[in-house]
Design a protein around this ligand. Sequence first.
Ligand SMILES: *[C@@H]1O[C@H](CO)[C@@H](O)[C@H](O)[C@H]1NC(C)=O
Ligand SMILES: *[C@@H]1O[C@H](CO)[C@@H](O)[C@H](O)[C@H]1NC(C)=O
Ligand SMILES: *[C@@H]1O[C@H](CO)[C@@H](O)[C@H](O)[C@H]1NC(C)=O
Ligand SMILES: *[C@@H]1O[C@H](CO)[C@@H](O)[C@H](O)[C@H]1NC(C)=O
Ligand SMILES: *[C@@H]1O[C@H](CO)[C@@H](O)[C@H](O)[C@H]1NC(C)=O
Ligand SMILES: *[C@@H]1O[C@H](CO)[C@@H](O)[C@H](O)[C@H]1NC(C)=O
Length: 528
Amino acid sequence: MRIKFVHFIILLLSLVFFVSASDDEQQYEPADNICEKCNCTSTNETSENGESGTIFTIDCSLKDFQHIFAKWPESMGDNHNEIIYIMSFNNLNNLQQMPSTDAVLFFTCRHCKISNFANAAFIDSPNIHSLDLSYNKITSESLNPDIFRGPQSDDNEYASIKLTNLDLSHNSITFLDEKLFEHTPQLKNLDLSYNELKNIDEGTGVAISKLHELETLYLSHTGISDLPNSIFEKMNHLSELILSGNQFKIIPSSLSTLTHLKLLHLSENFIEEITHESFNGLKDLKTLNISKMSELREIKDGAFKELHSLEVLICSGNKKLNSLYLADILKIEHLKVFDISHNNLTTLNFGEIEEVDKSLNSSKIEREKFFKNLHTLKLEGNPWHCDCKIMKSLEFFNHNATYFKRALNSDEARCETPFDLLSKLLYDLQSQSIYDLSSNFYCSDQKPKPMKIPVYDPPQFLRPKSVMLTVFAVVAVVIVGIIIGFIIVCIKRRLKANEYSNNSNPIRYTAVRDSTVSNIANIPYQQP
Ligand SMILES: *[C@@H]1O[C@H](CO)[C@@H](O)[C@H](O)[C@H]1NC(C)=O
Ligand SMILES: *[C@@H]1O[C@H](CO)[C@@H](O)[C@H](O)[C@H]1NC(C)=O
Ligand SMILES: *[C@@H]1O[C@H](CO)[C@@H](O)[C@H](O)[C@H]1NC(C)=O
Ligand SMILES: *[C@@H]1O[C@H](CO)[C@@H](O)[C@H](O)[C@H]1NC(C)=O
Ligand SMILES: *[C@@H]1O[C@H](CO)[C@@H](O)[C@H](O)[C@H]1NC(C)=O
Ligand SMILES: *[C@@H]1O[C@H](CO)[C@@H](O)[C@H](O)[C@H]1NC(C)=O
């Protein structure tokens, strides 16, 4: 009896469980009055290729829904080209199959606590263009190729879907199935940042390397320290690569195949030095960010030599960077933004200035051509050592250009050494002020004058002029003294002569010797 009861309970429980589980799979949010629950808008727009169409937006953010809708709202009608469907900040947990549509679909579900997917979730919406599932709880285990599979075609193959943008950032993905993207060959933009990949294992590498159409790849803050050599080999369209906030110690050599890369973001890594090979092959690179690298000490000769297309160079906040070779920068014609602020630089090293001038003469380039397109220059936050070298290097910039004045004034690039020039604005540096300070240099001349060997400078009182004056004064004093003495002697003689002739007796006083000897002694002795 008791056992039967227990069986019954178990049966009941499993039934409840099964029903609720299958319920969860099947159940959708009721589709009636969607546009009363959510915010629906319809706009007529002309798309890039000139076709006009309707964009229907369903915004169901922050509604505490547990499921997506089973159907599209009736008010939407059939005549729509694009559907923007936003479900962010709901408690979906499980991403179910999308309702059927031929329209281009943009689906966003951030902060939805998604950790599971229905198989073939987009089989009825194969024109899905963008899928933003950032800030969810997606794991590697829950991501499998079947999620993205399209309808089955005649030869038992699954068709692919048109997914172009996939944002999986801020999830718990540690690796990717090597076939994950087999049904999404048109993927152009993939964001995997803020996942704990730690390293790109073979499967993950294969999965990514098969995305031949990829244009932007975000891998920031994923803890990776290397990129497999073959990963970019067949990506001929990759133009943006974001690798910031990782564990790279050297710049991965696999970058050299990315000849069409336009933007490379490498900041916040542990790279120690950048050499002449680091950016090899990146001929199209326009924007390079190599900031906040706590270990970066040196950027060597030739590092920028192949970056002919560079327009924006951000190299800022590298606290240990005190060697940066800049001669290559002069040859970058299109440079617009040049930011080397907040490093540990003491000088602007364009190499030997004479050498630069020589190479200019031989290649018939004029100095005026340097930094012709520059509009932002940032030099502040470095312990600049203000000497002749930096003065001459600053002459490579056009002092009349607004970038020069604005940058060096408002950004307050200031000298830190020598002490006499402490806090002086680089912009205010005049050759004269340096000349005055250290007579070793003669900046304003084209040819440096031979160095003046500093001599021992005696103190004021030891200089010849002072010594002469002193001797002269002493001699004068002696002569005056002799003359005065002579006059006194003369006067005395004459007085004596008078005394004998007058025979007078002048009153004489005797000094009182000791009053205690005798009182009588105190009585003034008077001559009779
Ligand atoms: C609905 O969406 C439109 C456009 O996105 C927005 O301007 C409006 O404020 C939204 N209304 C509500 C109630 O959220
Ligand atoms: C969009 O165009 C259709 C006709 O092409 C029109 O019926 C509809 O009112 C328009 N909608 C808006 C929001 O302009
Ligand atoms: C460059 O990288 C730093 C550090 O990640 C960031 O703060 C800065 O905004 C970036 N600058 C540009 C122009 O991307
Ligand atoms: C900056 O460079 C100076 C030498 O020029 C060095 O003594 C100092 O330790 C460096 N600062 C850092 C944070 O590395
Ligand atoms: C470069 O050429 C000019 C004349 O064209 C000459 O005056 C100057 O001294 C040369 N500079 C160097 C470094 O050879
Ligand atoms: C800068 O301006 C001054 C006077 O306005 C002019 O003499 C000088 O040639 C200019 N320099 C450049 C490099 O344009």
